[in-house]
Design a protein around this ligand. Structure first.
Ligand SMILES: [Zn+2]
Length: 70
């Protein structure tokens, strides 16, 4: 990988990280957000469910683990 490719990769992952953060914020605020990939609603698994905490869609393409330090 040359330096140019590396720079591009870094930009892309920073963008998707920000998209992900925005998505998490909206879902946690109680908004119904569809998965950007498959369009099914994203559900939140909270720590009291005693499962891996995170955001998941029905198809599994959205699979964001959350460390709950709220
Ligand atoms: Zn999905």
């Amino acid at each position: 990988m040359d330096e140019q490719q590396f720079k591009r990769l870094k930009t892309v992952s920073a963008k998707s990280f920000n998209d992900q953060k925005a998505l998490i914020k909206k879902v946690l605020a109680g908004r119904d957000m569809p998965c950007p990939q498959c369009g099914t609603m994203i559900r939140v698994v909270l720590p009291e469910d005693k499962k891996a905490t995170g955001l998941y869609c029905a198809q599994g393409c959205t699979n964001i683990a959350l460390d709950f330090v709220l």
